[in-house]
Design a binder for this molecule. Structure first.
Ligand code: ZN
Length: 154
């Protein structure tokens, strides 16, 4: 007699399968991307009720739930709020490691923008560092039209 009816231990196997896909950026996201591409401007959405400014812009305030219809150009300079040094390669990373990925709070904006830092010394990068956007010469309507944020040398 075989042991086929005996309970089998069920295991879980983890697989990471990066997928490439396209989706609509929507009207608000497209406005943001067109300004990056055509004018090297960073667009924010301002809430009429609480005055919070979102970058990238959103359709609705996450605090008031008000519709956001006021779009403003914001500064291309900001402050590094947090960061990590990416050291192991992944197919979906925008750059070959090592590179720094950070959250930048642009001046006058209430949210953080996740982006890559460039021209940065890994030993000197730190929270509170002042940074400025560097745009690509050839832009296509992508968040990567901002090539990276570089430290502002004082
Ligand atoms: Zn609001």
């Amino acid at each position: 007699m075989t042991n086929m009816t005996k309970e089998v231990e069920l295991l879980r196997e983890e697989r990471i399968t990066p997928q490439r896909y396209n989706y609509s950026a929507g009207t608000v996201g497209s406005r943001f991307l067109v300004q990056l591409r055509d004018n090297k401007k960073i667009t924010g959405a301002k809430c009429p009720t609480c005055n919070r400014v979102y970058v990238p812009p959103k359709s609705n305030c996450q605090f008031c739930f008000d519709k956001l219809e006021s779009f403003i150009d914001v500064s291309d300079m900001g402050t590094l709020q947090t960061y990590t040094v990416i050291s192991s390669p992944q197919s979906y990373y925008p750059l070959q490691p090592p590179f720094v990925l950070g959250v930048i709070k642009l001046d006058g904006v209430d949210t953080g923008l996740v982006h890559v830092l460039g021209e940065v010394d890994f030993e000197e990068v730190g929270i509170g560092m002042r940074v400025k956007a560097v745009f690509r010469d050839e832009r296509v309507g992508s968040i990567r039209d901002i090539k990276y944020f570089r430290p502002i040398v004082r």
